[in-house]
Design a protein around this ligand. Structure first.
Ligand code: PLP
Length: 381
């Protein structure tokens, strides 16, 4: 099988596997003071440093979590703890959108969902209006979209939010390890990420909380006070060690990988658009992540296309969440019709993708389009 679903999850990097095996073979609770405990704690602190180096922040600004979903929930709950307006974008992952809806539904505040244009760029006017209207508590905008790869221009959002006294959170889950992040330059207060998107294990991630930012302390898990009281519970030492090793490998190879993957994505898109002239690449006019292609093949249901190309692991436009057959809210927000949203495939390439994978994906897609079209013509006759 050709694996082109890096936005769902990336294969584990061998550096991460080694670090995890090593941690799994040793005993020790990172909170214990004996040698075994100190050994576990040192693995955790190494990982914190490795991740901090990838992000350009201080190790002490990082809280390990079970993934980006938890980090997002933690960020929004903390940022929104005194009510007001929670502003986010219409194209966020459900781990922001659904969490934001739930959090604001509980309280007296308001949720503002910023629309995007056809290219996936966030429209700022409603944020300006919200900032002029009342107390914006927190603005959350993703750095890169998981379905289309479209990047958000955060600078104007940060400026508006900070002028209004609001905190800024970014869900950087798809961005970290794929394009350079420097949190000493990017003036956000909170950042979420998940290890498995950059070659670490599933079920571990982190939340960055900027030192000195006035983020209320609102843990979701209360107990033994680990992670400076932000996240109680015995630390997942093997997972965290894997996250750290993956962060280090991603940092070392970032430049080469992003250049190489961007070129491969170019080959894929050139192959698809030249052989399937009716196809449309979503977000193609926007800056995007290196490896993501969201392609609409009008009139051809994505599930039928994927079934006709079993040798390729790709996803339909809305994958990542639950597998439920709901249309992609991201593509609808970008102005696609429901049938077009349901006729969209997502290929996401990554560090281990080779040109042969891309060539096979082009062949398989062209063949699947032919087969599905023939089958549909036969049934409509
Ligand atoms: N945010 C974005 C943009 C994602 O793509 C994902 C994963 O699909 C998440 C959050 C959730 O990550 P996790 O499931 O690892 O918690």
């Amino acid at each position: 099988e050709v694996y082109l679903d890096y936005n769902a999850t990336a294969p584990l990097r061998h550096e991460a596997l080694e670090a995890m095996l090593d941690a799994l073979r040793s005993v020790g609770n990172a909170s214990s003071v004996h040698a075994a405990g100190r050994d576990a704690a040192s693995r955790v602190e190494l990982a914190r440093q490795q991740l901090a180096r990838l992000l350009g922040c201080a190790p002490g600004e990082l809280i390990f979590t079970s993934g980006a979903t938890e980090a997002n929930n933690l960020a929004l709950r903390a940022g929104y703890s005194s009510g007001g307006i929670l502003a986010t974008t219409a194209v966020e992952h459900p781990a922001i959108l659904e969490a934001a809806r739930a959090i604001t539904a509980d309280g007296p505040g308001t949720l503002v969902e910023l629309p995007v244009d056809r290219d996936g760029a966030v429209e700022l006017a409603p944020l300006e209006a919200a900032c002029g209207q009342g107390k914006v508590a927190i603005v959350s905008a993703m750095l890169a979209n998981n379905e289309t790869g479209v990047l958000t221009d955060l600078e104007p959002i940060i400026k508006l939010a900070h002028e209004a006294g609001a905190l800024v959170h970014t869900d950087a889950t798809q961005y970290v390890g794929r394009l350079p992040v420097d949190l000493s330059e990017l003036d956000v207060d909170l950042v979420s990420l998940s290890a498995h998107k950059f070659g670490g294990p599933q079920g571990v991630g982190a939340l960055f909380v900027r030192r000195g930012a006035s983020v209320p302390h609102r843990p979701l898990l209360i107990g033994g006070g680990q992670e400076r009281g932000w996240r109680a519970g015995t630390l997942n030492v093997p997972g965290i060690a894997g996250l750290g090793a993956a962060a280090e490998a991603a940092r070392i190879h970032l430049h080469n990988e992003s250049t190489r993957v961007t070129a491969l994505r170019g080959v894929l898109e050139e192959g698809l658009t030249s052989r399937l002239p009716d196809c449309h690449i979503n977000g193609v006019r926007s800056p995007r992540l290196p490896g993501v292609t969201s392609v609409t093949l009008a009139g051809l249901p994505a599930d039928a296309l994927l079934a006709a190309m079993p040798e390729i692991a790709a996803s339909d436009g809305s994958a990542c969440a639950s597998g439920a057959p709901t249309p992609s809210h991201v593509l609808l927000a970008m102005g696609l019709s429901r049938p077009d949203a349901d006729s969209t495939l997502r290929f996401s390439l990554g560090y281990a993708t080779i040109e042969h994978d891309v060539e096979r994906a082009i062949e398989a897609t062209v063949r699947a389009v032919g087969e599905v079209r023939t089958a549909m013509t036969a049934t409509s006759e």
